[in-house]
Design a protein around this ligand. Structure first.
Ligand code: CMC
Length: 436
């Protein structure tokens, strides 16, 4: 094969056959251009091979931009640092879904619509009784979100923009109610209904921690911290769970079922499950003296141990979300009067030691969004098994925004990757009596 480019297309020639393909170069507004290989198989009879999709743009998108080398994350063009400093989760949700920051009136209407949808059908609530008390909350959330498809199947026409809007608002509004119900089920406590006079994060804390026999004043430090964590987790372009939602949704499947697939994909420790795994790891390490032993394990290829909360497919310099969360840890612990937090101290030392280690430096492995988030969740009383559920609540906004973007694109096609087949070549069936 040989190739040449004129800037707008790339010509690839197979010298053996003399056939060539003209691959158009597609430019975004920022970031690397992409070679359009849609006709490659037709023209040259070959596929591209990219396990893990490290070099493949699966779609065009206008929602989120990441520059992994520079540590840049933009939602609809706005830097994450500015949104974290000045915005709210509801405003960010509006921005991600609709593309622009809302006016005061638009924000009020949007928030009111999300509040309006916070209750879930009582039958859906009864599903929780089918789960054992120690079921992982992510298993319950995935199942119950998927079950929403049974409630809203006939009434959801994915080609109707108003139906799509109602679906979006329902998911964002009801995921906290489902998450809190999963938590209450684990505790054996009564479910607590949403309170629509509270803001999004405050209402979640209320549903998770209030009991019917006592007043529960929402701690503003906790609800502000949660709101900020939700902003930071709201979207991250074509990550594994978002790509899962897109792929499932591309078949025309019920969108609630597609979101449930996203929750399942998020659960894994390489993705959203890392926040839970980080806390487990820090507890396992226990003291600063043990750090070298665990770092050696993380570097040992024969061990399955990885430094959880470290490394990222895209960020190769730093994860801007991790920087914000680390700074936030100091503030939150101070405001809660818990500056003496051994796990946070241990995490800081682990980061310091790992960042000087040749193995982590050479591979450009830095703390990611999940490294410090668990410290904050713990400090505000959220149990470890609920950490990834918190991530799912925030990411529901990104999933819905991407699903909307995909479905409303007239050029949408079913997602259908190809493969490099390495199995047996054609062979004839042999009867069981003739097999050795
Ligand atoms: N600890 C030890 N070694 C690591 C780690 C780690 N956390 N992460 C990557 N490496 C090594 C890996 O072994 C490989 O080494 P070598 O080149 O010698 O074979 C090299 O670094 C490249 O790693 P990779 O697995 O090819 O990278 P990837 O882009 O496929 O994986 C990752 C990215 C995030 C899955 C991975 O870094 C990882 O498993 N990190 C720990 C889990 C984690 O924190 N996940 C949360 C990601 S951020 C939030 C989210 O996406 O939900």
């Amino acid at each position: 094969m040989s190739g040449k480019t004129n800037g707008t297309s790339f010509e690839l020639t197979d010298r053996a056959s003399g056939r060539s393909a003209l691959l158009p170069v597609r430019n975004g507004t920022i970031g690397p251009a992409a070679l359009d290989i849609g006709e490659l198989h037709h023209d040259l009879g070959v596929f591209t091979y990219d396990p893990g999709f490290g070099g493949t743009a699966a779609t065009e998108s206008r929602i989120t931009y990441i520059d992994g080398d520079a540590g840049v994350l933009l939602y609809r063009g706005y830097p994450i640092e500015q949104l974290a400093e000045r915005s709210t989760f509801m405003e960010v949700a509006y921005l991600l879904l609709l593309g622009e920051l809302p006016s005061a009136r638009q924000l009020q209407q949007f928030s009111a619509s999300i509040r309006y949808h916070t209750m879930i059908n009582e039958s859906l609530l009864r599903f929780f009784n089918g789960f054992h008390h120690n079921a992982h909350p992510m298993a319950m959330v995935s199942a119950v979100v998927g079950s929403m498809s049974a409630f809203y199947h006939d009434t959801t026409d994915i080609h109707n923009p108003r139906h799509r809007e109602i679906f979006s608002h329902r998911i964002i509004a009801k995921i906290p109610t489902i998450a809190a119900a999963a938590h209450k089920h684990s505790l054996g406590q009564p479910f607590i209904y949403p309170r629509n006079d509270l803001d999004y994060a405050g209402n979640l804390l209320h549903m998770m921690f209030a009991v019917p026999c006592e007043a529960y004043p929402v701690d503003p430090v906790a609800s502000q911290a949660l709101d900020l964590l939700f902003i930071l987790h709201a979207d991250h372009e074509q990550n594994a769970s978002t790509s899962t939602v897109r792929l499932a949704g591309s078949t025309g499947a019920n969108p609630y079922a597609a979101i449930s697939a996203g929750v399942s994909a998020l659960w894994g420790p390489a993705h959203g499950g890392a926040n839970e795994a980080v806390l487990a790891m820090l507890e396992q390490i226990g003291t600063v003296d043990n750090i070298p032993k665990y770092l050696a394990m993380a570097k040992d290829k024969s061990s399955h141990f990885r430094l959880m909360g470290f490394g990222h497919r895209v960020y190769k310099n730093f994860d801007p979300r991790a920087k914000i969360i680390r700074a936030m840890c100091h503030k939150v612990l101070e405001r809660l009067g818990r500056t003496d937090n051994p796990l946070f101290e241990l995490a800081l030392r682990l980061e310091e030691i790992a960042l000087k280690d040749e193995y982590f430096v050479a591979r450009k492995l830095y703390p990611n969004v999940d490294f410090y988030s668990g410290v904050i969740y713990s400090a505000i009383g959220i149990p470890r098994s609920m950490f990834t559920v918190m991530f799912a609540i925030a990411r529901s906004v990104g999933w819905v925004a991407h699903w909307q973007e995909m479905i409303s694109d007239p050029a949408m096609r079913i997602g259908r990757p190809r493969q490099l087949y390495t199995g047996p070549v054609r062979r004839d069936y042999v009867g069981v009596e003739q097999r050795g």
